[in-house]
Design a protein around this ligand. Structure first.
Ligand code: 5CA
Length: 446
């Protein structure tokens, strides 16, 4: 992609409500454009990053055997009346009527719809367990949408739903997702910590929020800092290992404010290990047994031919929120550096501009073609402006590697710079092999 052709409306004047860095940066680099309060259009740069996040989330779901499907955004009110949540959900639910006067709603989540799909087709324990997911827009009429894509009305979520025969089996599904979420966030370059949490309108009695630490987060957290030292690489997808992993995580104190108890915190966590801070919730998982299957009559035959309610859990990741959360976690001193796994481009070529001498630009074009042929996703900054402006712009856009073609370069050696580090002179072949390494994201298989 040539920067001159990229639709990237850089904005200087920020609206007053853009209070946190991620919101400001997303507006400044033209990643999003507000269409109305809490509702955004995703412009090419922002959309590309969100799609990369989505793909990592998807791959990690597929690894644990979850099956992707797609449910609609608009749902019938009927099924919500059956579960009993139609009234409980309150004003956060956007209710609409079709031309026949049928009550519909824009889905804030999908427990009812997936239960309805499941009950009409699965009748026997032999078809269990099942794990289904979709990645779809949700709508919640938040009373105070804020912080850009972090808390908005329309947002993109990955939601999975598990179906098991017994509580015991269902906990295994819960553990699998627990592990898969930690892997997902690790691949996104984030350190997300599972914290025991309240279940709110989703319900149930077992729930964890996955939280990344950030001053601007909306969740107050209380944790023992040793939880940050647990190494995910010590576990795998075998049943015993997953059980051990969840025990290891849950034995260390880490809760959100609705589960906080001062006495317990002080008793369980020594003073030097106490962390009281804020965080951003990027994922949330729930086990709620038969909260939906019971009122909605989602029954299956067990091994003895007896009808029993299917045991369910639901598991969400805020895909669009993750774009903002990743910025909050990585923005430093006016420089944004995207984790390599989700960067909008692998590298940017920055030729120095000189009207009387087009050599640098010509050379940059050649490098660009060569890298493109190697499947390296590269941006060429072909905009005529000063080097200092270019560098400022690229500090904001956050492409992790720069190839600078200017007075220091010769025919085959160029300045190669990783953002936030010093540049070094590198032979073009070496630049290519450094960048090619980026294309091999770990794709684990179980
Ligand atoms: N049905 C369950 C799990 S699938 C559920 O809806 N969980 S949730 O309410 O916790 O949402 C899942 C994730 O979506 C949250 O962890 C958060 O990352 C994201 N999310 C929730 N509300 C918003 C919002 N208003 N704006 C942006 N992201 C949101």
């Amino acid at each position: 992609m040539h920067l001159s052709k990229l639709f990237i409306p850089l904005t200087k004047d920020l609206p007053a409500e853009a209070k946190i860095k991620s919101h400001q940066l997303m507006l400044r680099t033209g990643m999003i454009k507000q269409s109305s309060a809490g509702i955004y259009s995703w412009l090419p740069l922002g959309y590309k990053i969100m799609k990369k996040i989505e793909q990592i989330v998807r791959e990690e779901q597929d690894i644990i055997g979850a099956q992707e499907m797609l449910m609609p955004t608009i749902q019938s009110a009927e099924i919500w009346k059956e579960s009993g949540r139609y009234n409980d959900y309150g004003e956060e639910m956007l209710r609409i009527k079709d031309r026949q006067g049928r009550e519909m709603l824009y889905g804030p989540t999908n427990e009812e719809l997936i239960t309805d799909i499941f009950r009409s087709s699965v009748k026997s324990y032999k078809s269990l367990p099942q794990l289904l997911y979709h990645i779809q827009w949700k709508f919640r009429d938040e009373i105070r949408p804020r912080f850009g894509v972090m808390r908005c009305k329309e947002f993109y979520m990955k939601d999975s739903y598990s179906f098991d025969l017994s509580d015991e089996e269902a906990k295994k599904s819960y553990n699998k997702i627990f592990y898969s979420y930690l892997k997902t966030f690790q691949r996104l370059g984030l350190k997300a910590i599972p914290m025991s949490a309240d279940t709110g309108p989703i319900g149930g009695d077992l729930s964890h929020e996955f939280i990344i630490l950030a001053e601007t987060g909306e969740s107050q957290i209380f944790a023992d800092k040793r939880i940050f030292e647990i190494n995910l690489n010590n576990y795998d997808l075998t049943e015993g290992s997953l059980k051990k992993m969840r025990e290891d995580f849950t034995n260390i104190y880490a809760v959100t404010d609705d589960k906080y108890n001062e006495k317990e915190f002080k008793e369980k966590v020594s003073k030097e290990n106490q962390i009281i801070t804020k965080g951003i919730e990027v994922g949330h998982i729930f086990y709620f047994g038969d909260k939906y299957s019971k009122p909605m009559n989602c029954l299956i035959d067990d091994k003895n031919g007896k009808k029993t309610t299917v045991k369910m859990g639901s598991y969400g990741i805020g895909v669009s929120r993750l774009v903002g959360a990743t910025i909050e976690a990585n923005y430093n001193n006016e420089v944004m550096k995207w984790p390599k796994s989700i960067a909008p481009f692998d590298a940017v070529i920055i030729p120095s501009f000189n009207k009387n001498n087009q050599e640098y630009l010509k050379k940059a074009h050649k490098i660009y073609e060569d890298l493109k042929n190697q499947n390296i996703d590269v941006l060429l900054d072909d905009v005529d402006e000063s080097m200092s402006n270019k560098f400022k712009k690229h500090d904001l856009i956050g492409v992790p590697y720069q190839i600078i073609v200017g007075s220091k370069s010769d025919n085959n050696n160029f300045e190669f710079k990783e953002l936030n580090s010093d540049s070094k002179m590198l032979n073009f072949e070496n630049i290519k092999s450094e960048l090619k390494k980026l294309n091999c994201l770990p794709k684990q298989k179980d």
